[in-house]
Write a new protein. Structure first.
Length: 145
């Protein structure tokens, strides 16, 4: 699990430009550019270090998986792209191996897990949802063999 500073360094290494920007409806957004990807973060809307980490990880997820949607395209499913971005972010911020170890050590409350992984409680819930889906998909695949 990378620190917040290491995540910003990772953005630089992958050519993801991060800008401070006043946004009207979101804390952060990302978009493809001609030479890579750009992330805009409205630091006024964050409120905590954990929220910054979650926003950055989620937007990096869009960039790293090329999961961008077009709002004006009725055939483009926004949820699919958001899920891919969250899945990448969950694996980056809450790696399954570390999550299992932490749970085994008795850290089980959402607020404790959020502190441990430097994310929000909502993001912990999303990570659990993603990992449950992955396990269910694996089990379904094994049952069909």
């Amino acid at each position: 699990m990378k620190t917040k500073d290491e995540m910003y360094e990772m953005c630089k290494a992958y050519g993801i430009a991060v800008y401070k920007f006043n946004l009207h409806n979101n804390a952060s957004i990302s978009m493809p550019t001609l030479d890579g990807c750009a992330i805009a973060i409205d630091y006024r809307r964050l409120g905590s270090n954990a929220k910054e980490v979650v926003c950055l990880a989620h937007e990096m997820g869009h960039c790293m998986t090329c999961s961008f949607y077009q709002a004006d395209n009725p055939l483009d499913v926004r949820g699919k792209h958001e899920y891919r971005a969250d899945k990448w972010a969950a694996k980056e911020r809450v790696p399954l191996r570390k999550l299992k170890r932490v749970l085994k050590n008795g850290i089980t409350q959402p607020w404790e897990l959020a502190e441990e992984f430097e994310v929000t409680e909502d993001f912990i819930s999303r990570a659990f949802y993603i990992y449950r889906n992955e396990i269910a998909t694996l089990n379904l695949g094994q049952a069909q063999q």
